[in-house]
Write a protein that binds this ligand. Structure first.
Ligand code: NAD
Ligand code: UDP
Length: 341
């Protein structure tokens, strides 16, 4: 039986597909390529030496999704497909509500129709909003502060309701902290469209000479050096969290949220220094105004994941920086770069 991976051509999806294939799982990928390239899946095949089926479909399209379930024997679903840019979600909220909510509703309807009730869902630490509790535990109050975050919070609530209506479902709600890094091969990594919003892709584009300098959003936060603190987690560690979550939904019928983070916070300046040290590249920066909506500090209490999923992040900040840089150097234009490693 196969694992259906929605959004499997994206950043976290490709890394998870590699780990799934390397662990002997059969996978089927669906993605509409709205934020990814088919080449990413070729690279997954190259890394693993394994093949899999790919359907270029929108998961909101019931007919196409039904066809995927008819043609394959699907055991469980890992659901990454969604739009994820916070700033864009403020500008075009309906697009986000439509894509993320409708897509998930359609997916769950078709899963139910085919009796597939094991689901691993990509949620986000953004559902915690501006919580004061640090490190954040899964039972903290949810209060997302932007449309993107609210789609995740609403989907979590919807999945809790679905479970309450039918406890034969088994659902893991994975709340990711800040995924960075890339596969050690340098063949897959994060390939943002246009100017990156997130810190690490921005720093690595400065390092490769595509952007002149980093803008640090505020140095007057109540943190050690005044810059924002986040819990950065290597994307391969995150991908492995999905394998543990898959085991969890296979062996239980519950709905549970899990933090996937390291439990350790790094400030923006600490990340810049770690990147410079790991890569030998100088990162010029300028401190500018705070970015509206940014929290000062956000890091996980990952103990529940250790206890119930037997999962723990292993890679440190140096490895995250080295791997990000390898991917960026070998693929300065992302998947459009011709040259392979
Ligand atoms: P990504 O954009 O690289 O991957 C998402 C994939 O889903 C893309 O390939 C996109 O083409 C596809 N997609 C979007 N809508 C679709 C639809 N309706 N039908 C079919 N395919 C669709 O993003 P990512 O960083 O890999 O994130 C994966 C998931 O994890 C997302 O749900 C995201 O919200 C969540 N998440 C990401 C982060 C992060 O920092 N990267 C943090 C927390 C949560
Ligand atoms: N950040 C920054 N400059 C950038 C991008 C991000 O100073 O160009 C800061 C941001 O204010 C936050 C941290 O880096 O403190 C992580 O930001 P990112 O957007 O990567 O993640 P998120 O804010 O969603 O946790």
């Amino acid at each position: 039986m196969a694992i259906l991976v929605t959004g499997g051509a994206g950043y976290i999806g490709t890394h998870t597909c590699v780990e799934l294939l390397n662990n002997g799982e059969e996978i089927i990928v669906v993605d509409n390529l709205s934020n990814s390239k088919k080449e990413a899946l070729n690279r997954v095949r190259l890394i693993t030496g394994k093949d899999f089926k790919f359907y270029q479909i929108n998961i909101s399209d019931r007919k196409s999704l039904t066809n995927v379930f008819e043609e394959n024997d699907i055991e469980a679903v890992i659901h990454f497909a969604g739009l994820k840019a916070v700033g864009e979600s403020v500008v075009v909220p309906l697009r986000y509500y439509d894509n993320n909510l409708t897509g998930t509703i359609r997916l769950c309807e078709v899963m139910r129709e085919f009796g597939v009730k094991k689901l691993v869902f990509s949620s986000s630490a953004t559902v915690y909003g501006q919580t004061e509790q640090m490190p954040i535990k899964e039972d903290a109050t949810l209060s997302a502060t932007n449309p993107y975050g609210r789609t995740k919070q609403m989907i979590e609530e919807m999945l809790l309701d679905l479970y309450a209506s039918d406890p034969s479902w088994s659902i893991a709600l994975l709340r990711y902290f800040n995924p960075i890094g890339a596969h050690g091969s340098g063949l897959i990594g994060e390939d943002p469209n246009g100017i990156p919003n997130n810190l690490l892709p921005y720093i690595s584009q400065v390092a490769v000479g595509k952007i002149r300098q980093l803008h640090i959003f505020g140095n007057d936060y109540p943190t050690g050096d005044g810059t924002g603190v986040r819990d950065y987690i290597h994307v391969t560690d995150l991908a492995n969290g999905h394998l543990r979550a898959l085991e969890f939904v296979r062996s239980s019928t519950v709905v549970e949220p899990f933090n996937l983070g390291t439990g350790q916070g790094y400030s923006v300046l600490e990340v810049v220094q770690a990147f410079e040290k790991a890569t030998g590249k100088h990162i010029p920066y300028r401190v500018v105004e705070r970015r509206p909506g940014d929290a000062a500090v956000c890091y996980a209490n990952p103990k529940k994941s250790l206890k119930q999923l037997a999962w723990q992040a292993k890679k440190n900040m140096e490895q995250m920086c080295v791997d990000t840089w390898r991917w960026q150097q070998h693929n300065p234009n992302g998947y459009e770069s011709k040259q392979l490693v």
